[in-house]
Ligand binder design. Sequence first.
Ligand code: MN
Length: 193
Amino acid sequence: MKHTLPPLPYAYDALEPYIDAKTMKLHHTKHHQTYIDKLNAALEKYPDLQEKSVEDLLRSLATFKVEETDKAAIRNHGGGHANHSLFWQIMGPKKETDKKLTGEIVKAFGSLDDFKKQFTDIAVKLFGSGWAWLARDEKGNLHLHGMPNQDSPYLHGHVPVIGLDVWEHAYYLKYQNRRAEYIENWWKVLKLI
Ligand code: MN
């Protein structure tokens, strides 16, 4: 079973003016597609791994008996596939507030504003390319993490809830080097809270 690009659940221009259509189209059809193509290529030698979901691949990666270069490729490109698949889902042109989640966030971080401040701080300060994450640990507790490259919370047994892509390809066309401005506007298209 080959991994395939999930369709974007809205139009490329649906997140305008906060995220521009050109960035969305490139990001989805080129960057995300490339992670998928390279993940499929890395799995070619391993028919048993081809049957696994990308989440299972990342969760169990450490246990696989595969060459180190292939393991790195599954980590990077499988992570890229899983991360972007979630990223498209949690954004949208209209707020669809998840009341259960916001309640849990308030409990864990004191208030929504405190959560946003801490998450933003991680995203702004993350060095180089990577993602800011809100994830659940094994006990279901919420945690914030900054992770490099396309590393997924699944690698550590966590389940990603909210992820923000701070690779330059996610914002450079519209925001150039102004990452903080991209992040500030991204909260407006995060539909969950
Ligand atoms: Mn990206």
